[in-house]
Ligand binder design. Structure first.
Ligand code: NDP
Ligand code: MG
Length: 405
C-alpha cells in the first residue's frame, strides 16, 4: 500500500486545481481518444489540449485540431504528413509525423498529464518517455502495463509520477481505494461482462466470424479490445494490469462474470468489508476521473435506475472454453518476459483472426505456442522487452501462416 499512496498522492494535482489542466492525448482518433475529447468539450474551463496524436486517421485528426486548437499535432503515419500540415497551415499549430516525433512530444514542457489511448505495444516507448519527463499518466493503454509493468511502475516511482487508471475496472478499484491508502487489500474482484459468447461452447466458437466477435453487448470499443473481450484475453490483460497498478500478488486477484456491467469492480479489505463502484457503463466517466482526480466533475451522463436492473447477477468465468484467462494468469505467475510474449502473440493472433486467417479458438493456440517456444527471461531490461516483442511477433506470424484455414 505504501507504493500506492505515493502513486496516487494528491500533491502534484492540487497544485493545479485553479488552472486549466494541460493534456496530451496519444491516440486521439480512437474510441478512448474521441470520448476524452467529449469530456474536454464539455469542460472547456478545466482542460487545455497541448498535443493530439493519431496514427493514420488524418481526416479526423485535422477536424479535432481545428476544434481544439492544440499547440501541436503528430500523425504517426508519415505518408499523411503533408495532408495534415497543409490542412492546418493557416492555424498556429505545429505539425510533426513519425514515431520519434510522438516520443519527443511526451517531453513537451507545458503538458501535465498524458492520456495513453493508443492500442497495443506501440504505447510502451512513448509512455516510458512521458514518465521520464515527469508527466502524470492517465493509462488506457493496458498493454504497456502488461508488457513491462515492473519497469513502468519502478520508473513512475523514481520520477514521482502518478499513474491514473482509465480502464473501467481499474478505475473502479481506484475509486474504492480513495481514502483507504493505508488499509490493506485482501483481494480484488475484476468484473467481466463475459462478452458476446458467454455461455457458448467450443463447437460454437470454432465457427464464429469476425462480425459476430465484433459485437460487444455493453461497450463500444476499438476492434482489438473488442476481440480481446470476446476471447476473455481482455480480462487476462486486466489481471496483469491490476497486479502492477495496485501492487498485488497474483493470488489477490480474482475474476467474476457480471453480465450487466453495472458493478465495475470490487475491493475486499482485510476486515472482510467489500467496496464496489457501480454505474451505467460509460467510459467517459473513468476517463474524466483519471483526468480530474481527486475531484469529480458534474456530468449529465444518464443515471442508473435500480428498477431497470431488478437483478445484478454473478457467475464464474468458463476457463475451459475461454483458455486465454488461464494463459494470462500463467504468464503473470511466471513473470519476467512471459506477459510480453503473451501480449505480442495475442496482438498477432487478433490481427490474424480479424484478417480471417485463423479461427477464434486458434487465437489461444497461437498464444500458448509462443509462450512455450520463446526463450524465457526472468529479469528483462527494456531492450529485452523490445527483443522479446519482435521475436514473438515473427514466430506468431509464421505459425499463423501455417494455421491458415
Ligand atoms: P482504437 O483502435 O479505437 O484507437 C486506437 C488509437 O490509437 C487511434 O487513435 C489510433 O490512431 C492510435 N494508434 C494506433 N496505432 C498507433 C501507434 N503506433 N502510435 C500512436 N497511435 C496509434 O482503440 P481504443 O480506443 O478502443 O483503445 C485504446 C487503448 O485503450 C487500448 O489499449 C485499449 O485496450 C484501452 N481501453 C479501451 C477501452 C475502450 O472502451 N475502448 C476500455 C479500456 C481500455 P488512428 O485511428 O489515427 O490510426
Ligand atoms: Mg476494462
Amino acid at each position: 500500500m505504501r507504493a500506492l499512496s505515493y502513486f496516487f498522492s494528491f500533491f502534484a494535482i492540487t497544485l493545479h486545481t485553479t488552472l486549466k489542466k494541460h493534456i496530451t492525448i496519444l491516440g486521439s482518433t480512437g474510441s478512448i481518444g474521441t470520448q476524452a475529447l467529449d469530456v474536454v468539450r464539455a469542460n472547456p474551463d478545466t482542460f487545455e489540449i497541448d498535443c493530439l496524436i493519431a496514427h493514420s486517421n488524418a481526416d479526423l485528426l485535422i477536424k479535432q485540431a481545428i476544434e481544439f486548437l492544440p499547440g501541436t499535432v503528430v500523425i504517426g503515419n508519415e505518408t499523411k504528413y503533408l495532408q495534415v500540415r497543409d490542412a492546418l497551415s493557416a492555424l498556429p499549430i505545429k505539425v510533426f509525423a513519425g514515431e520519434d516525433a510522438i516520443v519527443q512530444m511526451m517531453e513537451q514542457e507545458s503538458t501535465q498529464i498524458v492520456l495513453t489511448a493508443c492500442m497495443g505495444y506501440a504505447g510502451l516507448r512513448p509512455t516510458i518517455a512521458a514518465i521520464k519527463a515527469g508527466k502524470h499518466i492517465a493509462l488506457a493503454n493496458k498493454e504497456t502495463m502488461v508488457v513491462a509493468g515492473e519497469l513502468v511502475t519502478a520508473l513512475a516511482l523514481q520520477h514521482g509520477v502518478n499513474i491514473y487508471p482509465v480502464d473501467s475496472e481499474h478505475s473502479a478499484i481506484f475509486q474504492c481505494l480513495a481514502g483507504e491508502w493505508e488499509n490493506k487489500i485482501e483481494k480484488i474482484y475484476l468484473t467481466a461482462s463475459g462478452g458476446p459468447f458467454r455461455g457458448k461452447d467450443k463447437d460454437f466458437l470454432r465457427t464464429v466470424t469476425r462480425e459476430q466477435a465484433l459485437k460487444h453487448p455493453n461497450w463500444e470499443m476499438g476492434a482489438k479490445i473488442t476481440i480481446d473481450s470476446a476471447s476473455l484475453m481482455n480480462k487476462g490483460l486486466e489481471v496483469i494490469e491490476a497486479k502492477w497498478l495496485f501492487n498485488l500478488r497474483a493470488d489477490q486477484i480474482d475474476v467474476i462474470v457480471h453480465p450487466q456491467s453495472i458493478i465495475h469492480s470490487i475491493v475486499q479489505f482485510n476486515d472482510g468489508s467489500m467496496k464496489a463502484q457501480m454505474g451505467l457503463p460509460d467510459m467517459k466517466l473513468p476517463i474524466q476521473y483519471a483526468l480530474t482526480y481527486p475531484k469529480r466533475l458534474q456530468t449529465d451522463f444518464p443515471r442508473f435506475d435500480f428498477l431497470n436492473y431488478p437483478a445484478l447477477t454473478f457467475e464464474a468465468p468458463d476457463r475451459k472454453t475461454f483458455r486465454n484467462l488461464d494463459l494470462a494468469f500463467d504468464a503473470m505467475h511466471r513473470g519476467g518476459n512471459m506477459p510480453c510474449i503473451l501480449n505480442a502473440a495475442n496482438e498477432i493472433a487478433v490481427e490474424a483472426f480479424l484478417n480471417r486467417q485463423i479461427g477464434f479458438l486458434e487465437m489461444s493456440d497461437l498464444v500458448q505456442y509462443c509462450m512455450e517456444t520463446i526463450v524465457f527471461a526472468a529479469k528483462p531490461t527494456y531492450n529485452d522487452y523490445v527483443k522479446t516483442d519482435a521475436e514473438t511477433r515473427e514466430l506468431a506470424k509464421e505459425k499463423a501462416a501455417q494455421m491458415v484455414r
